[in-house]
Design a protein around this ligand. Structure first.
Ligand SMILES: [Ca+2]
Ligand SMILES: [Ca+2]
Length: 80
């Protein structure tokens, strides 16, 4: 594989076994303010739970930043 694994991982930001759909961070952040709120998260990922949100929101401020999403996806076992 080539370096293209990196953008591929970003495109699969929400890719876990629990999530059928895999919207990008930008797709989930529907108002484009740089944060994915619980409401946006629920719309983007109807199958996800509050526990999933809290797991990704590592600093507990109630919103997911792109950095938190990248940090989260980097912990996924199939992330390259
Ligand atoms: Ca937002
Ligand atoms: Ca946060």
């Amino acid at each position: 594989m080539t370096r293209t694994i990196i953008p591929a991982a970003i495109l699969s930001l929400f890719a876990t076994a629990a999530f059928a759909a895999t919207p990008t961070f930008q797709e989930a952040d529907t108002n484009a303010d740089g944060w994915v709120t619980p409401e946006e998260f629920a719309v983007a990922l109807p199958d996800a739970t509050d526990v999933d949100f809290v797991t990704i929101d590592t600093n507990g401020d109630g919103a997911i930043s792109e950095a938190e999403m990248i940090t989260y996806t980097s912990t996924l076992p199939d992330n390259g």
